[in-house]
Write a protein that binds this ligand. Sequence first.
Ligand code: ADP
Ligand code: MG
Ligand code: ZN
Length: 227
Amino acid sequence: MFGTYPGAGFPGHLQPGTGWVEVICGSMFSGKTEELIRRIRRAAIARQKVQVFKPRIDDRYDAQAVVSHSDLRVEGIPVDTAQDILEGVLPDTAVVGIDEVQFFDLQLIEVVNILADRGIRVVCAGLDQDYQGRPFEPMPQLLAIAEVITKALAVCMVCGAPANRSQRLSASESRVIIGAHDTYEARCRRCHHAAPVSAPEQQSLPIATESVPRPTVPEQLPMNFRE
Ligand code: ADP
Ligand code: MG
Ligand code: ZN
């Protein structure tokens, strides 16, 4: 799914010292962190020095590591500000990953540009919309400066369609609430409500409720949803 974009593999087609910016965006559970980890691992296999940063506020699965909802993980460096990323990048680092970019302010754009101008490949992942479906800064600005953009889709937990919204399941109206399965679920445009809903609506979907839910194709969906 994500293998066909320019720069997916070893960046041998570029001039040495040419940096660029890749952005992986989408809703919660769309596979952004999995894809970030995949790219970082491939760069490490290519013997490039990698560093992955994440906002310290995101300690859902681990204080240090960058962890996907499916429990893929890679070593991470928690930081408080975009400036901390700039100061934390080592002189021989070739690839910088940044997860959950929506928790940084607009200074991130400047920092990402400085790193890419230095010749670093910068891979950023994060939400493109908040729980109300509004563009989530600094993602719009990041998309504008990126060379390569990947939009990931999750599976709607109500109807099984491709989903690009994050439905909040708790009553709070604060823009930022750190959470995962207990607080949010992926929904398509049709099933998403801008206001938080207090309870999941997907009783008819046979979603497993183990610690890492694995969505399955519901029986009652039309054939064209089956792969
Ligand atoms: P993101 O970083 O976009 O929030 P992750 O990469 O951490 O997502 O996790 C993606 C994984 O989440 C999927 O591979 C799957 O195992 C799991 N998952 C849970 N709910 C869903 C859903 N509604 N749609 C797709 N994947 C889901
Ligand atoms: Mg993630
Ligand atoms: Zn839906």
